[in-house]
Design a protein around this ligand. Sequence first.
Ligand SMILES: [Zn+2]
Length: 701
Amino acid sequence: MRWFFNALPYNHRVPEGSPTMLFRPSAPLINSSVLALAAALVVALAPALVATLTVAAQDAPGSAPRATIGTEPLSDRRVHYDLTAALDAETKTIDGTARIVWRNPDRVPVDELQFHLYLNAFEGPESTFMRESGGAHRGFQASSADPWGGIEITAMSLFRGDGAASDLLAALEFIRPDDGNPDDHTAIRVLLPEPVTPGDSAVVDLRFTSRLPEIVARTGWLPGPSGRPFFMVAQWFPKLGVYEIPGQRYVPEGAERGAWSTHQFHANSEFYADFGTYDVALTVPADYVVGATGVLVSGNADAAESASEPADAALPTPTKTLRYQAEDVHDFAWTASPDFLVHERTWRHVAIRLLLMPTHASQAERHLEATRISLEGLDERLGTYPYTTLTVVDGLGGANGMEYPTLITAGTFYGLPSWFRPLELVIVHEFGHQYFQGMLASNEAEEAWLDEGMNSYIETKVMDAAWPGGSVLDVAGIRISGRDFHRVSYTKNNPSRGALQTKSWEYAFGDFGKASYSKPATVMHSLEGYLGEERMEQFLKTYVAEWRFRHPTTRDLQDVAERVAGENLDWFFDQYVYGTAVLDYRIDRFSSRREADSVYVATVRVHRMHDGTFPVPVRVRFADGSTRERVWRGETAWANLTFRGPTPAVEAFIDPDDTAPLDINRLNNRRVSASERSNLFARRAQLRLTAFLQRLMYLIP
Ligand SMILES: [Zn+2]
């Protein structure tokens, strides 16, 4: 079944049961990138259907399970990966092979391929990743003698239509497009002996060895409870960069040609890759439990049941090989451990597989329930989850809290009380990534907020709907919602620094997290406050429906928001997405005087404390309970607003319904007459507690 390094011309015939013939584009390119894209899609579609039918026919009656719902490709599938990985659990290395197919989507020939070798971020202290993170990425503390990892390509050749192969290894060259660090080996380029013509595919065969690091940045190994290693295997194979064609992302429509978008692996950056299909064979010790991206088409992912046999040290460890297929994804990750407890559930079309550490056995239902809530919450808000599988992994240490296509890692701790929900929050968050990171797949290196930030916003919506009031924490009358949780993290952490739209390696220290998670969540809650819940929902659904599998940019997101809003939103995006405006309105003075019988005039002096503006209502309440309200846009530094009512005014409140959580200090938004007692102290105490818990939760692995 595997067909690496064999003599099959890629475009000649479909090997038995292979799903790889998904594109054979040779159509003349039309002189408009949009049309070209559409044409490429059509060209891609037809063979895919043929291939699918072929596969189905060959495998009938017990045909292989599908990785996605429906029968048509969801993405334009510019890449295909055939991977094999043989894991040596003793040495923590993977012997890998790859056949990688890249289709030239441009209207001009392309003579260069670029790949990421992300694993080399962990090869030593001088990589850009380690330099930027000071070796302490999210609490990375190497405890073993040799914690380092890395990937080495040992053979690389271009497979040619005539059956010959050209060696590429000599042409392989490291590139450092972001910082020029000569010790960084996380990106390569390869000049091809001859260019790939438009619509044609380059087929590259590789052999590689991946040495897994002690867990760092959600990749690697750690000793498991049984003493045998747990593996989270991510960023483990050479992965193509994205060749962006004219009109795609920020490449001008009229550009002569596209360009590769490849970045080194940075401490703060995540990933960016093209959609395609994967066919992966994993060979692991027979008693290991495996979870992976995609759908299992052969092999047993659970532990082999031969544990009663006494192990014979002279015999090699028995292994098993599992084959997975994935469609319309841009990455493939997997995990393996002999310790996992396996729970399986079905939600609509999705087979859920929960892999749990035995110490957390009692929390299986919590995991499964949070998974159900995630699937339902995201389906309702952003549309159908199109894949047929979802694996939830309770891994170890730094492996937790990460998303890969159809596989997420969560994390909990023993004795987690039911009123504290970091576990649920992480599952909802990581599952939300299936939409933003998985399906929309924006460039995470250049525009991280489009993934983490939009996802953090949705996470609060799902959490706060599932557990109203205090979704993150709810104990003894103290309640912290997901929305407040992010809001405080933004307002308490240099709110004037770090624009959302910033390349992830250009943030000043400490600004990335805020600008990619909590601030954008708060920005989106404020946009919701402005648009109203209904239009906000429509904006999000439209954005996902129009842009899934197409790598949207910040500009694309704003375009959809403006179309749905029916108005220009530059004022909002310029301040809070592209800029670093800070919103803080304050009531300086509040007085009330009698003007005539039953006519009282309240004067509210409102003050814009920083550069940020946002239209909010200012409401005055009179002693008889009646209220008057008007909108203040903050266009001047201050203003005296007057309100007339039948009795003395007793309260003035800027944005009483909290439509603009971007306002960094709500304590100065309200004033009451001397006759009214406000309980500001309680509010302050609550804010302090929220800030404290925010910090505490960052310490939880
Ligand atoms: Zn995230």
